[in-house]
Design a protein around this ligand. Structure first.
Ligand code: AFP
Length: 321
């Protein structure tokens, strides 16, 4: 319901969540994460570039911004009173907040995905996956919400609580106002976003890429998962993939912090998200830092990738063995 004289696009995030009858504690949680983004924006704009001198579990040097964004989000979630457990890509283990699971949520987040891109002034983002209760180590199909905040020329926030995918833009007062509702992804795309080194592609992925190029599909790749997925979502078509590579069967991207939340959003928008063999959301994680190959976006393009991989990487291997 839009008040007289107000356009539907002056609906802020909290009101939109309430109008979609989202649970009060989940409204509070999502709005707290949105609030934290204001401090992350400030650290991106003013923070010291370069290395924080520490390194995360993967041995990657943690940039000052990674550490800062991680600290901002942890503090916000810790004080929210609605979080049971949280897990950051920058942490080694799950961080327990409250033993009481009732009415609370558990959150997995990548505080500043693509942080190395800030040094060259490219867009980066925060990715958040939300489960009800205490358990974080469960398949992405069980998420109750997923969201990301994209720090680009504009700061935008995209969320879904399982009732469509909606985009908000931050205004001059740093409020998130509704821009697009019920975003939809078409079945076939005209852009592709290929991660990883091409010389390490398996025959299945290589054949898929050649098919896309024969179709005249354009290559659009920034090196940032959040802006690259955001492009597929908001252009309503296309496919991003970071495949299994020769010597790296699980690719690069993390299941809990990156792939599950984005797969939730893309499936909610009518797209598909696959490991190359089956839905990302059906993968049962064994460890919080599990990685997976990913093909995500327009349904028919994802299905085509799966077909080439099945034919040239799986069946061929069976015949060879
Ligand atoms: P960082 O968060 O370590 O910068 O990595 C970003 C990322 O995980 C994801 O945002 C990109 O899609 C992917 O890496 C790009 O990886 P390549 O640089 O190997 O293409």
């Amino acid at each position: 319901m839009v008040e007289p004289g107000k356009s539907k696009f002056q609906i802020d995030l909290r009101r939109h969540l309430r109008e979609h009858e989202v649970d009060d504690n989940l409204v509070h949680l999502i709005c707290e994460i949105a609030e934290a983004s204001k401090y992350i924006i400030n650290s991106i704009r003013t923070g010291d570039l370069g290395v924080a001198g520490t390194s995360n579990l993967y041995g990657e040097q943690q940039l000052a911004l990674d550490v800062l964004a991680d600290r901002i989000l942890r503090k916000r979630l810790d004080h929210s009173r609605v979080v049971a457990n949280m897990m950051s890509e920058e942490a080694d283990e799950i961080i327990p907040i409250s033993p009481d699971c009732e009415g609370k949520y558990s959150v997995a987040f990548d505080p500043l995905d693509g942080s190395s891109l800030v040094d060259v002034n490219l867009a980066v983002g925060t990715i958040v996956s939300i489960f009800s209760g205490c358990d974080l180590l469960q398949s992405g199909r069980n998420q109750v919400a997923a969201m990301y905040i994209l720090y680009g020329p504009r700061t935008t926030l995209v969320y879904s609580t399982g009732n469509g995918v909606h985009e908000f833009s931050m205004n001059h007062l740093m409020e998130f106002n509704l821009v697009r509702e019920n975003i939809q992804i078409g079945k076939k795309g005209s852009l592709y976003s290929p991660g990883g080194q091409r010389n390490l592609y398996t025959p299945g992925t290589e054949a898929f890429v050649q098919q896309l190029e024969e179709r005249g599909v354009k290559l659009r790749y920034s090196g940032g998962f959040v802006p690259d997925i955001n492009q597929v979502l908001l252009k309503g078509q296309g496919i991003f993939f970071y495949p299994h590579l020769k010597g790296k069967p699980n690719g690069k991207l993390r299941l809990l912090f990156e792939l599950s939340p984005m797969a939730f959003l893309v499936e909610q928008a009518g797209g598909a998200a696959s490991t190359g063999r089956g839905p990302i959301l059906d993968v049962e994680p064994e460890h919080i830092h599990d990685r997976s190959p990913v093909f995500i976006g327009s349904k028919d393009d994802v299905a085509l990738a799966e077909k080439f991989i099945r034919k040239l990487d799986i069946e061929k291997k069976k015949v060879a063995s």
